[in-house]
Unconditional design. Structure first.
Length: 117
């Protein structure tokens, strides 16, 4: 049983910072990539940032220069600085995980990030 457990969401004022963490556990042969998506009310889920096991990153234009993704084996982090009200959303940890010979997409339960103006 593979699980992704997130932590670190909350309420912050405009310009503030938050750090999200996500840890994968279970029968994992490999994880590639791992990252974060977000979903605001009334909107579709969108990519925030992902990182491969080799350290290559991909991020949305809207967060470049403000958010930094990092990874330590089966843990992924998202440092969010200079937060804006439009960053308010539920943030989901994502991982493409190899379980034996097959790869599967896994999602965390989501953590709320609210940025007040």
């Amino acid at each position: 049983q593979v699980q992704l457990v997130e932590s670190g969401g909350g309420l912050v004022q405009t310009g503030g910072s938050l750090r999200l963490s996500c840890a994968a556990s279970g029968s994992i042969f490999g994880i590639n990539p791992m990252g974060w998506y977000r979903q605001a009310p009334g909107k579709q889920r969108e990519l925030v940032a992902t990182i491969t096991d080799a350290g290559y990153t991909n991020s949305a234009d809207s967060v470049k220069g403000r958010f930094t993704i990092s990874r330590d084996n089966a843990k992924v982090y998202l440092q969010m600085n200079s937060l804006k009200p439009e960053d308010t959303a539920v943030y989901y940890c994502y991982a493409h995980i190899l379980v034996f010979a097959s790869g599967y997409d896994y999602w965390g339960q989501g953590t709320q990030v609210t940025v007040s103006s």
